[in-house]
Design a protein. Sequence first.
Length: 113
Amino acid sequence: MLGSTMSWNLQAKRRKIHTNGEAKPNIPSAPARLSKRTMVCLDNLETDEKYGISMKKILEYIKSVRSEWFKIVWPSRDTVVRTTILILVFSALAALFFFVVDSLLNAVVGWVF
């Protein structure tokens, strides 16, 4: 949650720098672009007095999440298979190691007491 807030603040700062401090609407990337009718509706939204959150900010956040979603690079099938096998092998080795250590400690404790 904190990371998304920091990301949103960073985007706001960048927007301010690129617009020379003027308040211009953020134009989203192509996949998240909204219609003119929606942009007019966004401009007319009021701020909630109790929390200081405007619906416009919430919708901007949702638009930015949607645009980031399209930037995700998923691993290939080969990479997923290799890493899965590697995790299973190391999990089995760890289980074997702890079994041996536990058996040795059990034998030592049984011999001493």
